[in-house]
Design a protein. Structure first.
Length: 464
């Protein structure tokens, strides 16, 4: 019975209950807009902002932490009416619920905020914010147009960043008012002028921070449609990181600040220098390897050419011809000596015979010897002529004229008419003469451009 009268109960500690309440509060309420009067404003050294937001019947404690507080553009003071965007939370140690504030605006900006949200919703439904219609930015833009005020820190900061990162860029300023009643028309005119000139590779729309009212020129519908119609990629750099305008949503790229826009559209010159240096070193290594390989091939070709120098072949052929002449003369001389000895013997025998008999025998023998001598001489002469013809054909085939007929050339010094076949001889000769088969060409050795490298397989066979 006791169990039916007293069912089981869940017991919380204060900290557990506060945690549960905080979770339910944060889950049950999303981002809220609350308007009220500031009271109990405190700005401690931590950079956070603490205050209460009240009306004539109640008040709520508020906290705005340092990352968000750094971008507050409105002047905060006790008694000032403001509009805050916040999330509900609970401060667990004291069990007090509070607002975690993201942004603060002057209370009069409520209507402007409504107009902003309505225009944003309309343009979004028309597809002006779609990612597929946005243009890519050039990787290394060198012609940059910027639409902003000609005075103020925006243009100075923008140019300073570009000078540090990418000094190759040229910048054209299209000056315009960025705040006030005339600002939308001037911004539109400057934007269209920069786009229609066709000079810029990228167009930057820039302005410093300010309140929602200060930035309303960039929430103009006509300006937004002009940005969407630009042929040049548009980068918006308006206000601080937490500030958003219609121009930010329509632009091809949004930058948190004008300085950040300069960094986004410009490459870092130092990283590019490193990349160029690395590629230059690789090219140098490849060039060195190619040059060394070509030098080796040239040395090899020179050695082969030196081994087959035409003057050496000519000298060898002259020596072969001299040896052939010597070999031809030796048997002839030996034959004449032998015939002379036989003639002397016959003359001696002739003197021993009677004169008539000796005359008859001598004449008969002399006629026989004469026939034999003529036959032997003719045979020897024919044989030697055949051998001489064979040697002449061999000599012609190996001679320089035959080499020249195959497309080669002999190089002679124009000064001394000396054949050149070693590299150092070219350094001494100022001018040379290239002797081909049926013509000669003069050349100057003082300007010898290096020839293109050839593949090993395509090198002419000088050995033939």
């Amino acid at each position: 019975m006791a169990s039916s009268e007293f069912p089981s109960r869940t017991v919380y500690t204060p900290s557990e209950l506060n945690r549960e309440v905080r979770l339910h509060l944060e889950a049950g309420f999303q981002v809220l807009w609350i308007e009220g009067e500031i009271s109990n404003l405190a700005r401690p050294a931590s950079g956070h902002i603490y205050f209460s937001l009240k009306d004539d019947k109640a008040q709520i404690r508020c906290a705005m932490f340092r990352p968000r507080a750094a971008y507050v553009s409105a002047d905060l003071d006790n008694g000032k009416q403001v509009l805050v965007r916040a999330r509900i939370s609970l401060y667990e140690p004291r069990g007090e619920y509070q607002l975690i504030v993201d942004s603060i605006e002057a209370a009069g900006e409520g209507l402007l905020r409504q107009q902003f949200e309505a225009l944003k919703k309309q343009l979004d439904s028309e597809g002006l914010f779609a990612a597929e219609r946005k243009q890519p930015l050039p990787a290394m833009a060198t012609r940059i147009a910027i639409v902003t005020s000609s005075s103020g820190a925006v243009i100075r900061d923008f140019l300073h960043v570009l000078e540090r990162r990418w000094p190759l860029a040229s910048v054209r300023l299209y000056a315009s008012a960025v705040q006030g009643e005339q600002a939308p028309a001037e911004l539109l005119q400057a934007l269209q002028q920069a786009d229609q000139s066709g000079w810029a590779q990228v167009l930057v729309l820039a302005r410093g921070g300010g309140s929602l009212e200060d930035l309303m020129a960039f929430n103009d519908e006509t300006l937004a449609r002009a940005i969407a119609a630009c042929h040049t990629p548009v980068v918006s750099a308006i206000g601080h990181e937490t500030d958003f305008t219609i121009a930010d949503f329509v632009a091809d790229l949004r930058a948190p600040t004008p300085s950040a826009a300069a960094e986004l559209i410009s490459p870092d010159q130092f990283s590019i220098r490193e990349r160029i240096g690395a590629r230059q070193r690789r090219l140098q290594q490849q060039f060195t390897w190619i040059l060394g390989h070509a030098s080796q091939r040239l040395d090899h070709a020179l050695l082969r050419l030196a081994a087959q120098r035409p003057e050496r072949q000519l000298q060898r052929q002259q020596q072969d011809l001299q040896r052939l002449q010597d070999r031809l003369q030796r048997p002839l001389q030996a034959g004449f000596s032998n015939w002379q000895r036989q003639l002397q013997q016959l003359q001696q025998r002739l003197h021993k015979l009677p004169l008539s008999q000796r005359q008859q025998q001598s004449q008969t023998h002399l006629h026989g010897l004469n026939r034999r001598l003529q036959a032997a001489l003719q045979q020897q002469l024919n044989q030697q002529q055949l051998r001489l013809q064979q040697q002449q054909r061999t000599l012609q085939a190996m001679g320089p004229q035959a080499v020249l007929q195959r497309g080669y050339a002999l190089v002679f010094s124009s000064d001394s008419e000396q054949a050149l076949f070693r590299p150092e001889q070219f350094d001494q000769a100022r001018a040379v003469r290239l002797q081909f088969h049926d013509f000669a060409v003069a050349a100057d050795t003082r300007a010898r451009p290096p020839g293109p490298p050839h593949d090993q397989d395509s090198e002419p066979d000088t050995a033939s």
